[in-house]
Design a protein around this ligand. Structure first.
Ligand SMILES: CCCCCCCCCCCCCC(=O)CC(=O)SCCNC(=O)CCNC(=O)[C@H](O)C(C)(C)COP(=O)(O)OP(=O)(O)OC[C@H]1O[C@@H](n2cnc3c(N)ncnc32)[C@H](O)[C@@H]1OP(=O)(O)O
Ligand code: NAI
Length: 350
């Protein structure tokens, strides 16, 4: 195991709990202690009450240590938020260079959070950053680190077989109480879970990009997921400072079921020449108040991921012309232009 920051301190600390909240959601000084007390009650629930819920294996779960598989934009974001709310996190990727980049990115983003949250107390901000970084370690070997995990969150490439392979291997090594969760955007949780023998302890935990900023988490249960597992994940999401919603394991869950047709139609509109990419994006930003237009958002999500999603939906619905191949998306992906993360997609980035 390659340990970058190595720390394994797991106590949920008061100054970590509200760390990632945007300023509009942060409590005033006068309400902070009440706010913190509520968070502590939720942390207590996750850490202790889940233990006694029922006779299933998950009753022993106290989510203190998690393994996040995939050190890309989502995995790094999930690790950042978990570490800054007092959890010990091991971030895993097959590529050590990606892990170094992820830790550097986490440090940079923690500085942005600290600058906002501790604008009047820079020394507290520095302490917050160091404590969070001590909670993160990295590894290129998931099998070697999963034994100590209460929760495994997978955020690797959007490919069913690759996700099934990783979970099937870890299922044989992880303790019985460990909950497995996938951050998939579009794949069936039931299909991913079928590669394991812990169907009652398997769920979707779908974060939004950028994880430190976006407040939503979709908690997705299959017909086999136990209520104890769902309760633990709903409470864990709250301890992270997020607002969870419960979803059935249906295509796209809630958000992507609505977002997918919107982005598809925007790309088709651009391909038909009915509007320039800039005008389509400006129209949706100024007309609907969205922070990003649909083509900017596609670049932000990653065009490789968009193509994985599109190919999967297309294979599942071959008769539906909505999911027909997109010439512009295919061309950009073939050229390695995956959007913001590679410096070019529909737009160029510095
Ligand atoms: C025809 C074929 C088509 C194929 C179609 C396939 C369709 C597939 C669709 C499915 C997509 C799947 C993705 C998924 O599963 C779900 C998603 O995640 S969808 C994406 C959701 N995200 C959004 O919608 C993001 C929208 N954008 C924004 O909210 C803002 O633009 C953003 C916050 C990203 C940036 O804001 P901006 O003002 O532009 O920049 P700033 O840099 O000033 O940031 C604002 C604010 O936020 C802080 N911040 C930003 N990033 C981070 C970070 N990583 N960590 C910490 N803090 C961060 C920053 O500091 C600023 O704070 P201030 O207090 O305002 O200074
Ligand atoms: N990009 C987005 O906006 C969102 C993506 N998601 C989902 O999250 C997942 C990850 O997406 P991103 O972080 O954007 O992708 P990414 O491409 O930034 O990162 C994926 C990472 O997984 C690593 N990886 C691949 N196979 C692996 C394996 N077997 N073991 C360990 N690591 C492995 C890669 O090296 C890469 O670093 C996907 O399932 C995606 O659909 C969910 C919400 C939003």
């Amino acid at each position: 195991m390659q340990s970058v920051h190595g720390g394994r301190k797991v106590a949920a600390r008061r100054d970590h709990v509200t760390a990632d909240l945007p300023s509009r959601a942060r409590p005033s000084e006068s309400s902070r202690s009440r706010f913190d007390a509520r968070r502590h009650i939720m942390a207590f629930f996750t850490h202790h009450v889940c233990r006694g819920l029922s006779s299933s294996a998950v009753r022993n779960v106290a989510i203190k240590h998690l393994t996040v598989i995939g050190g890309g934009q989502m995995g790094a974001g999930i690790a950042q938020v978990a570490a800054s709310t007092g959890h010990s996190v091991t971030l895993v990727d097959t590529n050590g260079e990606i892990l170094k980049k992820a830790v550097k990115g986490i440090e940079g983003n923690l500085k942005r959070v600290a600058k906002k949250k501790f604008s009047d107390k820079p020394e507290s901000g520095e302490e917050f950053i160091q404590k969070a970084l001590q909670n993160v370690s990295t590894s290129t070997d998931a099998a070697a680190v999963v034994q100590g995990s209460d929760l495994v969150v997978e955020a690797i490439v959007e490919n069913l077989k690759v996700k099934q392979d990783i979970f099937s291997g870890l299922d044989k090594l992880a303790p019985a109480h460990t909950i497995f969760a996938s951050n998939t955007s579009s794949l069936s949780i039931t299909d991913i879970a079928s590669s394991t023998s812990r169907l009652d302890r398997f769920a979707g935990l779908h974060f939004f990009n950028p994880v430190p900023v976006m407040k939503l988490v979709e908690v997705i249960g299959t017909s086999a997921t136990s209520q104890e597992t769902l309760d633990c994940l709903l409470n864990f999401s709250k301890v992270l400072g997020k607002t969870p919603v419960s979803c059935k394991d249906t295509p796209g869950f809630i958000v992507n079921r609505l977002l997918l047709p919107y982005i598809i139609e925007a790309i088709r509109m651009y391909e038909r020449g009915h509007g320039s990419k800039e005008d389509i994006d400006i129209a949706m930003k100024l007309g609907c108040g969205y922070p990003m237009g649909p083509l900017e958002l596609a670049d932000y999500v990653g065009l490789d991921t968009m193509k994985f999603i599109m190919d999967y939906w297309s294979a599942a619905n071959p008769e539906n012309p909505s999911f027909a191949q997109s010439e512009s998306l295919n061309k950009l992906v073939a050229e390695g232009k995956f959007g913001k993360k590679t410096g070019e997609g529909f737009y160029k980035y510095k």
